[in-house]
Design a protein around this ligand. Structure first.
Ligand code: N7H
Length: 448
């Protein structure tokens, strides 16, 4: 399946007894196990239905067990300040902190998604109510698979050791317990038995201000000799991201895009920023290939950390909202019309939210100095260099008090220069933390 359309329906459980019995009988056969939902899964079904519950939702179902994840237990609203969010931008459904669960429905067409949704509505017969819905949609034509800024997404995700399919060249292999609870490598030992093979789903509605992003690239175009003004604007965007729009990593092709490389899954992750073949290249100081602040280097520092690390997530988001309109393009600004909001319906799976999504956002993306962050459980896992004043992630980073961001290293010819970014290109509209259970947990625990 291609799973180009997607609906996320956030629900409230109004009649727990009725819902639990429907969950165990008619809803259960519709649910796709989490292992088949992970992006690398070999044979995803044509229509995927995932169900996940917030802590409030587990409480509503009468589940007393503690899953031992403080971020999950407290909910995403309590984590908002830590993540750098302005809760004034949050969707009321998330800001009111009363979502019990979420259905994620994905398929090739919106018609099949809607058909599955009405099937669930018929089954539930009023036992649950929908409090919020986001409709994801792949972008049209050649932009399919690309997010709203125009970059190919879903290029790099870790693979689970011993699970799913063999890793691709350059793909990070992690212990399955980094993503699935109760598996080898889960850093939290006390989990209820039924939680095994479930995963925490961090959902975020991330608005993207596309005309503003494009204008920023033009206004701050780099000055690489031999490139046109528009190529220099694209170069800036690629250095902010760490990849070109095609997905080609700038660490392998620093000055121009290479769409063949971008599309080649056997090559597009074969890099780790170190360039061992070049004896004159010191990756601890030289940002000529990839800035330390680039989005993909901030969120997955690869060889910048001397040993393997646990701060990994599996992403499975999809764009939402319409294409940029001519009027928005002409004015270089996003419309305030809510029906024209666009962005990424961001989904990250991990077994430990504080070590996964929240760590990447808070301690790496939002952190001005990408250095000597002792990774919680292993004091020897340090960054090998002191990357001082690297600046925030230019895509998703948030500076203190939402002030200007100042990533360094974006200009390959003047690597200590910082480029000030006075506005946010990505605005968090909030979200929630959910637990996506295994099929047997639904069958034997959540529905009884
Ligand atoms: Fe990012 N983008 O399209 O601009 N991201 N991201 N992300 N991101 C990645 O490697 C994007 C966000 C990660 O292993 C690519 O698949 C956008 C958050 C991680 O090399 C692109 C938004 C967090 C990786 C984007 C957004 C992350 C990654 C390259 C918000 C975590 C893999 C394609 C609207 C806190 C890094 C790819 C690696 C890659 C974009 C959000 C994390 C193009 C638009 C909130 C771990």
């Amino acid at each position: 399946g291609l799973n180009l359309s997607n609906i996320q329906g956030d629900i409230l459980v109004d009649d727990p007894a009725a819902f639990k019995s429907q969950l165990g009988s008619e809803i259960l056969p519709l649910i796709t196990p989490i292992i088949q939902i992970l992006p690398d899964a070999p044979d995803p079904p044509a229509t995927i239905v995932n169900i996940a519950f917030s802590q409030k939702g587990l409480n509503a179902l009468g589940i007393q067990d503690n899953l031992n994840d403080a971020d999950f237990t407290n909910g995403q609203l309590s984590n908002a300040a830590f993540l750098g969010d302005q809760t004034s931008n949050w969707e009321p459904a998330f800001a009111s902190n009363n979502v019990h669960g979420v259905f994620l429905i994905e398929s090739d067409t919106i018609d099949s998604v809607n058909a599955k949704l009405s099937q669930i509505q018929t089954i539930s017969n009023g036992s649950i109510s929908e409090v919020y819905r986001i409709q994801g949609q792949a972008r049209p034509g050649d932009e399919q698979g690309h997010e709203h800024f125009g970059f190919l997404d879903g290029v790099s995700n870790p693979s689970l050791r011993g699970f799913v399919v063999p890793a691709l060249p350059g793909q990070t292999i992690v212990d399955p317990g980094i993503i699935l609870l109760g598996e080898e490598g889960d850093t939290v030992l006390e989990r209820p038995d039924w939680a095994k093979d479930g995963s925490f789903l961090a959902f975020r509605q991330l608005q993207q201000r596309v005309p503003e992003f494009n204008k920023f690239l033009v206004d701050n175009a780099l000055s690489e000799p031999g490139l046109s003004a528009s190529e220099n604007a694209q170069l800036l965007g690629a250095r902010m991201m760490g990849r070109w729009k095609s997905g080609a990593p700038i660490d392998l092709t620093p000055l121009k895009d290479d769409p063949v490389l971008g599309a080649d899954h056997n090559r597009n992750n074969v890099f780790n920023f170190t360039h061992p073949d070049d004896p004159n290249f010191d990756f601890k100081t030289n940002q000529s290939y990839c800035p330390f602040s680039a989005h993909i280097r901030k969120t997955n520092p690869r060889a910048d950390i001397a040993t393997s690390f646990k701060q990994h997530i599996i992403r499975g988001g999809i764009p939402y909202g319409p294409e940029v309109t001519d009027a928005e393009n002409a004015s270089n600004s996003s419309s305030t019309d809510p029906s024209l909001e666009r962005g990424l319906a961001f989904v990250a799976y991990q077994s430990n939210i504080e070590q996964g999504f929240a760590f990447l956002q808070h301690s790496w993306a939002n952190n001005n100095s990408f250095h000597i962050i002792l990774l919680s459980d292993a004091p020897n896992q340090q960054f090998i260099a002191n990357y001082n004043s690297v600046g925030e992630d230019p895509i998703i980073g948030v500076a203190p008090n939402d002030g200007p961001r100042s990533p360094a290293g974006l200009d390959p010819n003047n690597q200590t220069r910082t480029i000030t970014i006075n506005e946010d290109f990505v605005v968090s509209r909030g979200g929630e933390y959910f637990f996506s259970p295994s099929i047997s947990a639904i069958q034997n625990t959540l529905s009884v």
